[in-house]
Design a protein around this ligand. Structure first.
Ligand code: HGY
Ligand code: MN
Ligand code: MN
Length: 410
């Protein structure tokens, strides 16, 4: 058994988290998007860490870094993502990559004879912050990359295909990035909980039972521009007012499904022409709908469409709804859950089991191989926010638990 010093592991993790957090497209907030110069700089730092840990480093056609130990065909995959949301916290994603490197290191240094190899994976796109799709990198590893994603464009009109070429990759090599199912023994991801449960129970670590399915919609509402001072209210076709009523209708539908941990969010809205004295002719907004059961999520999406139809008819508006991301609920492999729980108990802590309301690469990897997640307590459950925080000791305990997990894994 490897001797463990969680405090020292946590301190190293914190130093690495801080180094990555300084790599941002903007000086005053953390923004690190897929296939940007910041992604390249972050990947170069992570490649150096992987090399220093004794891992053989390679990069696949989607820019996923792979730190490899051992020659066995059968691979234990450990990973998370390097990209961030806009104005992000510094733990969401990087903690999982860093935990994988620090957990693999003792085995690589000792040239341990394991019945499997270890691949630490640093994915470049999980958040979907740049292109209107998410988890492109882990999809390529899982062999489910959707080629139509290549033609998606970012806010500046750059397509994923041209961004890949600018990053030095060729879309023709994407298929080669896929693991053969027989080679992928399991996937494990360490991630901050991004919620309040572990903190409320006074526990540092948790074992994820399942990851919610997601539906992301782009809704376009069209009305008629008009003079804000002269058009009487009953004669207006106000696209924004219609969109606002649709957002409230979404909230009402979702609140009716409390039991499935269902949540619905309108996270972004653009109004045109966007002048103070013009009645909006168009409103374009996103819907993020999640639930622990796919059936209720799909039912809620249908109910939302019914409401959109009713509201726009009443208001003389037209609308379109485009589903730009859909991913099913993923169950975490019970055997791996138990192995993680055992590792946490051995460290003297109570292995809380909980679902994940956030999406993760583990959801995609669950289609390739048995997958599991280890959650780390985060202060106030805050995430996707610069106030995001995980303590040195909690991070150290997570890495220690991951080391014990690797020792037990067969
Ligand atoms: O949106 C999510 O759940 C994840 O943070 N990408
Ligand atoms: Mn996130
Ligand atoms: Mn994440």
């Amino acid at each position: 058994m490897t001797s463990l010093d969680p405090e020292a592991l946590g301190a190293r993790a914190y130093a690495m988290i801080s180094e990555l957090a300084a790599i941002s497209a903007e000086p005053n907030r953390l923004v690190r998007l897929f296939l940007t110069p910041e992604h390249r700089r972050a990947a170069d730092v992570v490649a150096r860490w992987m090399h220093e840990a004794g891992l053989a480093v390679s990069e696949d056609a989607l820019g996923t870094l792979r730190g490899r130990f051992g020659m066995s065909r059968r691979r234990l995959l450990i990973g998370s993502h390097l990209d961030s949301v806009i104005d992000a916290g510094k733990y969401d994603g990087p903690l999982g990559v860093i935990a994988g490197i620090l957990a693999a290191e003792p085995f690589a240094r000792a040239k341990a004879k394991l019945p499997f190899g270890i691949d630490v994976l640093a994915f470049g796109d999980e958040e979907g912050s740049r292109f209107p799709a998410t988890m492109a990198s882990s999809s390529a590893c899982a062999g489910v990359f959707d080629q139509s994603t290549l033609s998606l464009a970012d806010a500046t009109g750059v397509t994923l295909a041209s961004a890949l070429r600018a990053y030095g990759k060729s879309p023709h090599d994407i298929a080669a990035a896929a693991y053969r199912p027989q080679d992928a023994a399991a996937y494990v991801e360490v991630h901050i909980e991004q919620g309040p449960v572990l903190e409320s129970k006074g526990e540092p670590l948790g074992v994820v039972t399942g990851i919610v399915g997601q539906t992301r919609l782009l809704v376009t509402v069209n009305g008629e521009a008009g003079h804000a001072g002269t058009v009487p209210m009953h004669l207006r076709r106000d696209a924004y007012a219609g969109a606002a009523e649709m957002a409230l209708a979404l909230e009402k539908i979702v609140r009716a499904h409390r039991d499935d941990a269902m949540v619905g969010t309108v996270g972004r809205i653009e109004v045109k022409p966007g002048a103070v004295n013009i009645i909006p002719s168009q409103a374009v907004f996103t819907v993020d709908l999640r639930s622990l059961t796919d059936r209720t999520r799909k039912f809620a999406a249908e109910r939302f469409e019914d409401e959109a139809r009713r509201i726009t008819t009443q208001r003389g508006l037209t609308y379109t709804v485009e589903t730009f991301h859909e991913i099913a609920t993923a169950e975490c492999a019970p055997v791996l859950q138990d192995l993680l729980a055992q590792s946490i108990s051995e460290l003297g802590h109570n292995p809380i089991r909980l679902p994940s309301g956030a999406g993760h690469d583990a959801q995609v990897m669950a289609g390739l191989c048995p997958s599991a997640m280890l959650f780390v307590r985060c202060r106030g459950g805050i995430s996707h926010n610069p106030a995001e925080f995980a303590s040195v000791s909690d991070m150290g305990l997570a890495i220690a638990a991951l080391i014990r997990f690797i020792e037990r894994f067969q």
